[in-house]
Design a binder for this molecule. Sequence first.
Ligand code: GLA
Length: 402
Amino acid sequence: MHPLIQSAAHMLALLGALAALPGHAHETLKLDAPKPNLAPTPPMGWNSWNKFACNVSEQLIRQQADAMAASGMKDAGYQYIVIDDCWQKSRDADGNIQADPERFPSGIKALADYVHGKGLKFGLYSDAGSLTCAGRPGSAGREFQDARQYAKWGVDFLKYDWCHTGTRNAEAAYTIMAKALRESGRDIVLSICEWGTDHPERWGPTVGHLWRTTYDIYDGWKSTKDRGNGMTNILDMQAERGGRSAPNAWNDPDMLEVGNGGMTTTEYESHFSLWAMLAAPLIAGNDLSKMDADTLRILTNKDVIAVDQDALGQQGRRVWRQGDLEIWARPLKGGEFAVVLFNRGEAPAEMKVGWDQLDLPAGLKADVRDLWTQKVSKQVRGSYGGTVAPHGVVMVRITPVL
Ligand code: GLA
């Protein structure tokens, strides 16, 4: 073969091979700087979307920051105040992203300073496409410019969405923003919001600190045609993904709906308990300035939060299921376990977890603490159980007695 024809053939073969590679390797940048250690445990905070959607303003954000600091949420570990979609309006002549001047007249820097002044951290939202999901300007092609702007404003957390991305490759697109953030001069958590469509659990651990695994949650027990994924359906989608979470690399089953009114108090206790079993980011999505006693009690349950924030960082798994009843187990640091007995049914159920389901010897004695009633049972052998309310949980921490 003529050498020219041969090299052309090689070139074609090479191009074909590149195109066949998942992630179109030629588009993926190299991440020189290591991922900063900003989320050794799942991030905790508040985000505007679930309750307020596009109805965001600087007064609202200040009010939520005040409430987080004063209500006991901050003391319980909540840190981030994140403005989701619709804070941004346009770009100026130089392409710099501009906040909506009517809703954020003092500007984002002043708001970030205010939030920091409360001892909290500040987060923003953008999108890897040309537009955000609500049709505001996205960051495609402006990643480095936007990241530098976020750093100047004092942003600590970026939720980065996936609407209007056309044929972009997800890994490559998120890698560009990861690189931009790491080179911005400020430590910024990258929250990947790609809905689990292109296996973010494969590339997310290198690129970001957490990644959404599903489409959006809605404030209801079960999915409906019009409203999307109910809480229990989102839970089912996590059951297949367990085990992949680790410090700085969390599966994100979407933000909390506790306190938003679409579920009962018992259902919200289940939601919060199960999210803690999943090592989920605990991002409250309710109005923090108008919390009733139950909402605050659930969101600030220190024992449940301690399970979520456990330093081992291992996600819980469903270890047993029969009809409406299921058992979730999560190994904790130091040989302890968290267990949730979950009853999806309409009648109370007697349930128990056997030590064998935790791979513990049947003769082992353990102290068992109920994390919702605070009752402690000492030196329990073989199994532990009780009555589980309809749509409710019994959640316990099991400490082997050595
Ligand atoms: C997507 C995300 C949501 C929210 C909206 C904002 O649907 O998954 O969490 O950020 O966009 O428009």
